[in-house]
Design a protein around this ligand. Sequence first.
Ligand code: SF4
Ligand code: SF4
Length: 375
Amino acid sequence: MSEPILPPIGMLAELTHRCPLQCPYCSNPLELLKANRELDTQTWLDLFSQAADLGVLQVHLSGGEPTLRRDLEQLIAGLSARGVYTNLITAGVGIAEGRIEAFAEAGLDHLQLSFQGARPATTDRIGNHQGSHEKKLETARRARAAGLPLTINAPVHRHNIQEVPEYIDLALSLGAERIEIANVQYAGWALTNRDRLMPDLAAVNRQADIVAAARERLAGIMDIDFVTPDYFAIYPKPCMGGWARDAFMVAPDGIVLPCHAAQTIPSLRFERFGERRLAEIWTDSPAFNAFRGTDWMQEPCRSCERREVDWGGCRCQAMAIAGDAAATDPACVKSPIHKYMAILTDAAQEEAASEGNESFIFRRIGATIRPSTRA
Ligand code: SF4
Ligand code: SF4
């Protein structure tokens, strides 16, 4: 039986796809939108106001690099005036003098800063931007001086998984309250670069032990969030807390989506803010209702005791690997093609041995896409 549709509590606003960095695991779509496709200030403010009316309590301001929007102070102030908690997710490169203080003054509640590595050479190489590590350190210092709580984002893959202990030390030294150690999710650019990014099982296990020990050591000092890698998992994660359940995201051009990679599901059509009110899109959009709740599930999810724990996992991963968005996420041990995940991880190791580290397809408009060698 269908359950009632509850209001969302979170929203991810991708204000722009522009970014000075070119991370090969970026979750943005392969077809990046240019600045002339972005919503204007007033439309974002209208959207935020409708989101607050709908019940949204927190908005994550992201991109691309959201600080490239000259109106970011205005957008933060608009959300703050509605009592919405604001979290700025930034790469922390090239933020003009005085702006972080202006964000804080406008009401920003929290800043989340990504480091592509714990070592300067790794950060600069993975983001393909010389000097970026130094600039990020400066951004962290300015954020703390402005009184903003700080989270360090550590996206982990084969080329920096050995830096996890240094990441933890870095976050501590910067006065962060939290570090998010997140194994890369293979969607968007990360799917294209999957064979070049996938770590091996020994490194994944070592990482898990390091995180467990650090959590114990730093209890009450710094929180450590840990996003485990799907390809080595037994059960999938509840992607976005379940499709169209707690949260949604909005692309720079106003397309409202249940998750980052939803547009990779070809059978779905997503609506643009302005064509309809946000509340109508959330409640009535066929794309939002396609995988909401449990009615859409096939076996083995349909009769599984975990169906309201992980909500069948990630629809986009099912699409990418099983070729069917309604299939059980192949990350689940009960999926008939779960074993294929192990084949993919082995194949990635072989490719790593033959290709070396220098073959990333960096995220940029017009990059020549050579997909990961396997589906
Ligand atoms: S993942 Fe890297 S390239 Fe993508 S938006 Fe973040 S900093 Fe920019
Ligand atoms: S069968 Fe479906 S609901 Fe059950 S654990 Fe696997 S993905 Fe989750």
